[in-house]
Design a protein around this ligand. Sequence first.
Ligand code: C5P
Length: 209
Amino acid sequence: MNHILKSKKVLITVGPTRESIDPVRYISNHSTGKMGFALTDALLREGADVTVISGPCINVSKITPENIIKITTAEELLVEAKKIYKNFDIIIFTAAVSDYKCEQISAQKIKKKENELTITLVPNPDIAFELSKEKQKQQLFIGFALETENGLYNAKRKMERKKFDSIILNIQGEDGIGFGYDTNKISILNADDSVLSFDLKTKQEAAMD
Ligand code: C5P
């Protein structure tokens, strides 16, 4: 077998992030990390030297624990990624980073009351955008876009803003596609405007594509 990624150093962000509300509650999303870990296995099979930065989810890949950096929040993800990303040839952003965090995390568990509860959310850093500011010429950045509408348009805008060389689009809401499923239906958009579309298949097969 021709290992096309032999000796390439690949950093991949995987899974959701969590933003605390109080000591017992958090904001997150339905990401399971399945797509990111399927990609991790595909990368390992192709001979890459892989490092994962993972949010709270189960490692279902063959990568060894010493090659996984565990984080909880978007801020922690940014700190860890910033420390090491310059040493990598390829960075793949599969993590479903929470776009917002609580302005203040309550030190005590918030008590139930009769009236409404308002929580003020403030934006989280965009990891891919922050790293793109010092992207090196030889580095490849690959992004993901999980859209519910205007998929191609939104994915293309994200690719440009975050200096992705390619972006993988999937449409949440169609059966078998996106968060939690074992299958995915992807389109790969490249910076040169070419688009490759694939059928519904397992996340392992989609990762090889
Ligand atoms: O959330 P959005 O659709 O903009 O995500 C597009 C890409 O940017 C994904 O690859 C995701 O991992 C990355 N991203 C990120 N940091 C964020 C939000 C998204 O790295 N705060």
